[in-house]
Ligand binder design. Structure first.
Ligand code: MN
Length: 234
């Protein structure tokens, strides 16, 4: 029997709760895709050591990134800041990019990718796009909204379509796009919903939450399936 590839998934830091945690949907989607999930809570271990024996890295969603990471201003709607997680994941991400590791960046993970490569974020989407936001249901809940994927992108090939209606749950978004990234999906209001990093074809980065609907939506599960397959082929 073929061995399952080892998939590292980053988690929330303990903060004041005393528990590191991760929504189980990430774990379940990786298992369905044929991967072996291994959780990576923020710790003081080098990226090389953390990723040793891993075949792929999934940067999961979570709280906001600190504005100081991208030269932005602190915002009143910022929540869930976790400096140790930011630092740990930035180091993991930089190492993984350097090694052309199979990478799947989800929500906060995609924002981190943009920031790591020199881009910036909007601290709070409603400040820029108005209060009629489609990306998160008030006060702070997931919501479905349509996303258009560029037909010539690897994401369209992986998804098997160019129109998707995934679960969205974010109030930050990419502002200045890092030079090395390309936009491959957008929402109707122009918010960037997915990017590609041409230097690393085996990289997926989406602003939405594929894990939340992957169990019932094959289009979203396909993202995990291809990511895990890339990891297996590494
Ligand atoms: Mn969205």
């Amino acid at each position: 029997m073929r061995q399952r590839p080892n998939i590292g998934i980053t988690t929330y830091g303990a903060g004041e709760t005393g528990r590191v945690n991760l929504p189980v949907e990430y774990v379940e989607a990786v298992v369905r895709a044929g991967g072996r999930p291994l959780l990576l809570p923020p710790v003081e271990i080098s990226a090389a050591e953390s990723l040793r024996n891993l075949d792929g890295l999934l940067l999961a969603g979570g709280g906001d990134l600190a504005a100081s990471l991208y030269g932005g201003q602190a915002h009143g709607n910022t929540y869930g800041l976790d400096a140790p997680r930011d630092a740990y994941e930035l180091e993991l991400l930089r190492f993984a990019l350097d090694q052309a590791f199979p990478l799947f960046c989800i929500c906060r993970g995609m924002q981190l990718l943009n920031v790591a490569l020199g881009g910036s974020l909007y601290g709070h989407i409603p400040d820029v796009f108005g209060e009629e936001v489609i990306h998160r249901a008030p006060p702070r809940h997931p919501i479905v909204h349509p996303v258009r994927i560029r037909a010539d992108s690897a994401l369209a090939e992986v998804s098997g379509c160019t129109e998707v209606e995934p679960m969205s749950w974010h109030h930050q978004a990419i502002d200045d796009l890092a030079d090395e990234l390309e936009i491959v999906a957008e929402a109707a209001d122009g918010v960037i919903e997915a990017v590609a990093y041409p230097a690393i074809p085996r990289l997926l980065a989406v602003q939405w939450h594929p894990e939340l609907t992957a169990k019932t939506d094959p289009t979203q599960q396909h993202l995990f399936d291809d990511f895990v397959r890339w990891a297996a082929e590494r």
